[in-house]
Write a protein of this length. Structure first.
Length: 348
């Protein structure tokens, strides 16, 4: 996840949330808001040592904390929509932490994904051994912790709106919660399929089975559907415009983050598979041509990886055509020269 993009999104979140909270409309009760912000900052604290810990375990733990805080604060049994939204938060947060724990226990995954940035960070830490440099490195990390914590705290708002929704808005809250649970199911199945595939065939093999045969990023698609569902439940339960605005910020920001992460991942995949052997490269290109980025048909106009693959293939095809023309022309020239030479010998 790019730090600059995250910082920009979190800054926008903090400004928007601050203005809306100042209006005192649609925000959670004071103690609940304080608890949400405090737990979110604590969940973001691992960023100080390892970004990976914050954006995986920290994010998952924050959703669980939000759900528990809201559930504890209820004076009576919650409505079906509220219960489903709380359940979606609990399950998504727990799944994020548990699945990441399984990935972190896989030596091949750690070596390929986690070790390179950690080794780079360790080298920088050894180079910046004096106090001024250490402080200069801690300052942006602390800022990232605060910004990410504020962003995580934003998930308390759609949950609060869903839980406190008026009875006439219950259907919308239930629908949004079911969409969120559907996104969680989609992501869980996709993650399980890819995790199993990589363990069987190795970390460098292209996973193109199951859900991955109909979408290049079904896990990211599931994540976006979850956040869309959270957003829908929050907006459906909002009692005024400021509450609806607050409900949109955090899930909307995470949808944008997922889209940015997809772009970054596809750049890495493009570089990796294009640098591989011929069979691997051709398999990758066929996969990109046949499989949409998220869902539906292959949308060439909106799919930069598809366009890049097609452009490279066209260049190679033109190169092969030119080479063929040169070979044919050269062969014809040689044949003509040989025939002419033989004719000259016969005449002379």
């Amino acid at each position: 996840m790019p730090s600059q993009q995250l910082s920009k999104l979190a800054m926008q979140t903090s400004v928007g949330a601050g203005l809306s909270v100042a209006l005192l409309h649609g925000s959670p009760r004071g103690l609940l808001l304080l608890g949400s912000v405090t737990t979110s900052l604590l969940c973001a604290l691992p960023w100080m040592s390892d970004t990976h810990l914050a954006v995986t375990y920290g994010f998952g733990a924050s959703l669980v904390c939000h759900a528990l805080l809201v559930a504890i604060a209820q004076a009576s049994w919650p409505s079906p929509g509220a219960a489903l939204t709380i359940l979606a938060y609990l399950l998504y947060g727990a799944k994020t932490c548990i699945f990441q724990a399984f990935r972190d226990a896989n030596a091949e995954y750690v070596a390929k994904v986690l070790d390179p940035p950690r080794k780079k960070a360790a080298v920088l830490a050894r180079a910046d051994s004096d106090v001024p440099r250490i402080m200069s490195r801690l300052s942006p990390r602390l800022s990232s912790v605060l910004l990410f914590g504020v962003l995580l705290s934003g998930f308390s708002f759609p949950l609060s709106s869903a839980v406190n929704a008026a009875p006439q808005r219950a259907i919308g809250v239930v629908f949004g919660a079911l969409v969120a649970l559907g996104g969680l199911f989609l992501q869980s199945v996709a993650d399980f399929q890819k995790f199993t595939f990589k363990r069987l065939y190795g970390p460098n093999e292209l996973c193109d089975r199951g859900l991955w045969s109909v979408s290049r990023h079904p896990n990211y698609l599931g994540g976006m559907v979850f956040h869309i569902g959270v957003l829908m439940a929050g907006v459906a339960g909002a009692k005024n415009l400021s509450a609806a605005f607050l409900a949109v910020i955090a899930p909307g920001a995470f949808i944008k983050i997922i889209l940015e992460a997809t772009t970054q991942l596809e750049r890495k995949q493009l570089a990796f598979f294009e640098a591989g052997d011929l069979d691997m490269r051709n398999k990758w290109r066929d996969y990109v041509r046949k499989t949409p980025r998220f869902y539906g048909r292959v949308a060439a106009a909106n799919d930069p990886t598809y366009l890049e693959v097609e452009d490279r293939q066209d260049q190679e095809d033109r190169g092969d055509e030119i080479a063929g023309i040169v070979a044919i022309t050269g062969g014809a020239g040689v044949a003509t020269a040989v025939v002419g030479f033989i004719g000259w010998l016969l005449v002379s």
